[in-house]
Design a protein around this ligand. Structure first.
Ligand code: AMP
Length: 173
């Protein structure tokens, strides 16, 4: 399966100078979607993972099938203001702009090992924000998975210690 061919590339979105790697073109392609999910299951099947934390919104579609396959809880990290219960939150800088993510406090169990899932890892700021919440609650990061990674944006400096894994990487435009 050529996953690269299944990823739509949109120049200058959401602002000039950003090449957007659109993972939604994997979701509309059943063979590519199935391949991406199977690969993620292969990577983490024998690993000690107690739960998945999926990042809004494209990370949800990857985290849910992986959580089901591993038989572990799927917890959502959502943009500020969406979760109804008591939350923990963390703000962070994006490749473009700034954002805040929240997680239900009662879902983050101390002592558990969480695997963080997003569609794409760029600077690593988003994943790092989730890792900080996990650690603040006394739990730990079991790993990080993204379908796409942009190593030239140096996410290794922020999240290299969490053993990030990915399926396709790009090296700039
Ligand atoms: P970062 O925090 O810099 O690692 O950015 C990762 C988050 O921003 C992910 O949730 C991605 O969906 C999104 N993102 C950042 N850069 C891009 C890009 N070039 N193409 C698609 N999504 C991106």
């Amino acid at each position: 399966m050529n996953l690269d061919a299944a990823i739509r590339k949109v120049p200058d979105f959401p602002k000039p100078g950003i090449l957007f790697y659109d993972v939604t073109s994997i979701f509309t392609n059943p063979a590519a979607f199935s391949f991406a999910v199977s690969k993620s299951v292969e990577l983490y099947k024998g690993e000690k993972v107690d739960g998945i934390i999926a990042i809004e919104s494209r990370g949800f579609l990857l985290g849910a099938p992986l959580a089901l396959a591993l038989g572990v809880p799927c917890v959502l990290a959502r943009k500020k203001g969406k979760l109804p219960g008591k939350t923990i939150e963390e703000s962070y800088a994006l490749e473009y702009g700034e954002a805040t993510l929240q997680i239900h406090v009662e879902d983050l169990t101390a002592g558990k090992r969480w695997l963080i899932i997003d569609d794409l890892i760029a600077t690593g700021g988003t994943v790092e924000a989730v890792a900080k919440m996990i650690e603040r609650q006394g739990a730990s990061v079991a790993g990080v998975f993204g379908v796409i990674a942009l190593p030239f944006l140096n996410f290794a400096a922020k999240i290299g210690k969490y053993n990030p894994k990915w399926l396709v990487e790009y090296h700039g435009e």
